[in-house]
Ligand binder design. Structure first.
Ligand code: ADP
Ligand code: ASP
Ligand code: MG
Length: 796
């Protein structure tokens, strides 16, 4: 094949450029792995171009050498280190005769280093790393039987200031064309005067795409040490999501933000070209990698960070812009979105003075801030490219309290006084890239339980990984507040509201996007009767209010049917036993295949307390008064004594078991006989002696038989049907119904699996915290039932 036949036009559209980064060439083993990839991917050597970085940390060592030379320090220790690592690399990679040949060349280059470093010829010093890689890889390929030679990019790549001289570079490249695989040095080039220059740290990516354009490559593959571009640095963020595709626009932004996965200018040479760009792992070459696609939507979401940054302010730019400065300094320079006249750029502190001087030479007066910041940038996916941050991200950022925040529709940048801890960075990454779908909370009731529910809400909001719990509406029987500020006291929140207007409330709720849930923490029958309207507006239901779950069977069933039709859920675990997981236990037994035969228990904390305390020594009504004073009873304690609450709870349990029952199907023997209840509290109080006598007699009778009094609900499920009743009973001290503390609720479940010994669930069955906590447990259950979300374009 003649040299003439190998013009760039000849291989146009066919050439392949493969770039291998420093981590892919860190030692002899990695060189061999790269050679194997080349063997596999370069079936037609003439079409194959390789671009290489310096091995491993060589460029870092050479930078150190330059710094030491600039400070006039002795270079020997670092020189010895460079010599040792590169010599070992060559020895371990090649056999003779190539080994001696390459070592001789290496010695010559190393010998020049001290003089070049002392003369401040940085690019010539740095060029050593890429030159060694190119020479070494070409010889290794030859040893494997492939036609290969290396090419110093300073022989053809001409850069004028920030611009590649395309025509000249192409001509010079053509003149150098030889058959076989060409292994080209990345990172370096020459200026118009022929002096060496570098393209900035990480610049071999840019070299690869420059070459890709010069040879009109079909594809440029950036082989690195990660199998894809991830939503964050996978080495520091184990939860980072790999993307199979990334849009051109987002890859550009990510690169301009100084992310190491691609050098800032990598994409520019391929703009408007047909050349495909791919990022793959040389450590896992079997994986397909990540395509950077010009036409792809910006669906990915990225978090990237920058250390030790300062702010630079200018009033006039005289036509200059941040990317001009970034290219001049080979450093990320980010123009921050500002509302005032000043232009503010963010850039690394170590080049701030240089930037000010450079700008001054172009008549731009710039001053830099003395504060140093740790910056985190979020590249927003198209789904949330809007002025406001999603609630979840906003809440996370608020908690982290950045010193400054900037954002436009594509990008948010937060500046912190200190580096974020790994945990905080991981949390920020999590809410930016794996968004929790919002669930809108519509909270009804601002009494005891309502206030406690809201107090516990921020903790739950932080803990809940699957959903962002957004307090959307708060209302009580008088007022309603939309988007309440949960940072305020409840009373203040309600003050910001307007009078309750049922129609307006439902209309507002219907407009809320995504899943929503009515959390009924009221005792209101009226609200329970309106559940169908809330379901119509798309609400799941969580009720601490017993009224709904004990509505007449037809209404109750109608609610269940509506929920079913709309695929909505209803949780009401706190309606019996407050936070005790009784309904959950019954449901789990049922779904696991057990057959519950009987449930009995003490479901009234008030009656539990009264009967545990009562020892016949004083009047029962005195004890009742005491309980009222302690706040254990309803405002009118006769409500507790009526047993109706116990009857309702038994109905709740029966319905949990799937029994269709009305309240009146449950036989009720009140503790206070209706004949003694009186119309008014005074009327009752006047005849309390009669009630006291009844209680005294019952107690004595039990006492004589060594038994104890308990007010109990019982439900039996037999072949013949359901039997349910509520009454005062006498039980032996060994019975689970006896062995309780005052105020305890106890639920005794007998089933096929729990025959000999029943399953007993016991504990406080009332109280604001356990009830509000139980409502949060219901909310957590609901969240688990709902589908989760993450930004798409994932690698499967
Ligand atoms: P090379 O030596 O191949 O040029 P670099 O070290 O320059 O590789 O870049 C790859 C590194 O970039 C990865 O090892 C990874 O730690 C880091 N990185 C940071 N952010 C990302 C990201 N979003 N996706 C993938 N890698 C990332
Ligand atoms: N070797 C250079 C550096 O370490 C260029 C590169 O790796 O892309 O920055
Ligand atoms: Mg790199």
């Amino acid at each position: 094949m003649t040299t003439q036949a190998l013009t760039t036009a000849h291989w146009a559209g066919l050439a392949q450029v493969h770039k291998f980064g420093g981590t892919s060439l860190a030692d002899a083993g990695r060189f061999r792995a790269v050679a194997a990839i080349v063997q596999q991917h370069c079936a037609t050597p003439e079409q194959c171009w390789l671009v290489v970085s310096a091995p491993g940390k060589t460029t870092d060592q050479l930078c150190q050498l330059l710094d030491m030379a600039a400070r006039g320090e002795a270079l020997e220790p670092v020189l010895a280190e460079v010599q040792h690592s590169l010599t070992t690399l060559v020895q371990q990679s090649l056999t003779e005769p190539e080994q001696s040949d390459v070592l001789a060349q290496l010695q010559q280059w190393l010998a020049l280093l001290p003089e070049l470093a002392q003369a401040g010829r940085a690019a010539d010093v740095l060029a050593l790393g890429e030159s060694v890689s190119a020479l070494l890889l070409s010889r290794l390929l030859r040893q494997l039987g492939l036609a290969a030679d290396w090419l110093d990019s300073r022989q053809f790549l001409t850069v004028d200031g920030q611009q590649v001289r395309w025509d000249q570079s192409e001509q010079d490249l053509q003149a150098l064309c030889q058959p076989g695989i060409r292994v080209v040095t990345g990172f370096i080039g020459r200026d118009l005067a022929g002096n060496s220059l570098t393209l900035g740290r990480n610049g071999s990516d840019y070299s690869a795409t420059i070459l890709g354009r010069l040879v009109q490559a079909e594809q440029v593959t950036i082989w690195t040490d990660v199998d894809a571009i991830y939503s964050g640095d996978p080495r520091r963020l184990p939860a980072a999501v790999p993307y199979q595709q990334v849009s051109w626009r987002q890859a550009c932004l990510l690169a301009e933000l100084g992310n190491p996965v691609l050098h800032a200018r990598t994409l520019s040479p391929l703009h408007n070209s047909q050349t495909k760009l791919l990022v793959r792992s040389s450590f896992e070459p079997e994986r397909s990698g990540c395509h950077i696609l010009p036409d792809a939507d910006c669906l990915a979401s990225f978090v990237t960070d920058l250390h030790d940054m300062v702010l630079l302010s200018m009033h006039q730019l005289h036509g200059l812009n941040a990317s001009w400065l970034a290219n001049a300094l080979h450093q990320p320079v980010i123009a921050l979105p500002q509302s005032c006249d000043a232009h503010v750029w963010l850039l690394p502190a170590r080049v701030a003075d240089e930037a000010v001087q450079l700008l001054a030479r172009h008549q731009v007066h710039a001053v830099h801030d003395t504060s140093r910041y740790y910056a985190v940038a979020w590249l927003k996916p198209a789904q949330v490219q809007q002025a406001d941050l999603p609630a979840d991200v906003a809440a996370c950022v608020k908690r982290l309290a950045p010193a400054h925040r900037y954002q436009n529709h594509e990008l948010a940048i937060w500046l912190f006084d200190q580096e974020l801890s790994a945990v905080n960075l991981a949390q920020l990454h999590q809410c930016c890239t794996q968004p929790r779908p919002e669930i809108q909370l519509i909270v009804a009731g601002t009494g005891n339980v309502g206030a406690e529910f809201l107090r516990l809400l921020p903790g739950h909001q932080q803990r809940c990984h699957s959903h962002a719990l957004r307090l959307a509406v708060l209302f009580n029987s008088r007022q309603m507040v939309f988007e309440p500020d949960n940072g305020l006291e409840l009373a203040q929140q309600m003050q910001q509201g307007r009078p309750l207007d049922q129609k307006a409330l439902l209309a507002e709720i219907a407009q809320l996007k995504g899943p929503k849930v009515l959390i009924d923490l009221t005792p209101s029958q009226q609200l329970a009767e309106q559940y169908p309207a809330f379901i119509e507006a798309g609400c799941h239901l969580i009720s601490a209010n017993k009224q709904g779950v004990t509505l007449p069977e037809a209404e109750y069933q109608a609610i269940l049917d509506r929920l079913d039709q709309q695929q909505l859920h209803w949780y009401s675990t706190t309606t019996a036993g407050a936070g005790l997981p009784v309904q959950r236990a019954l449901q789990e037994l049922h779904s696991a295949g057990d057959q519950v035969r009987r449930i009995s228990g003490i479901f009234s904390g008030t009656l539990s307390w009264l009967l545990c305390q009562y020892d016949g020594s004083s009047a029962f009504s005195d004890l009742l008064l005491q309980a009222r004073e302690l706040g254990y009873t309803e405002p009118d304690p006769r409500e507790d004594l009526s047993g109706r609450d116990v009857q309702r709870k038994l109905l709740v349990l029966a319905r949990t078991m799937g029994c269709s029952l009305e309240l009146d199907d449950i036989a009720l023997e009140p503790l206070l006989p209706e004949s003694l209840a009186g119309d008014s509290w005074q009327a009752f109080w006047q005849q309390r002696a009669e009630f006291d006598a009844l209680m005294q007699a019952a107690w004595q009778q039990a006492q004589q038989q060594g038994l104890q009094l308990r007010y109990v609900g019982e439900l039996s499920l037999t072949e013949a049907g359901v039997q349910a009743r509520v009454r005062l009973v006498q039980v032996p001290a060994s019975d689970p119904l006896a062995a309780i503390l005052p105020c305890d609720n106890v639920f005794v479940i007998e089933s096929d699996w729990y025959q000999e010994l029943p399953l007993v669930i016991k504990g406080p069955g009332a109280g604001r915290t356990v009830t509000a906590g139980g409502v949060h447990a219901d909310l957590a259950q609901l969240c688990q039932q709902l589908p989760a979300a993450a930004y798409s374009s994932r690698l499967s």
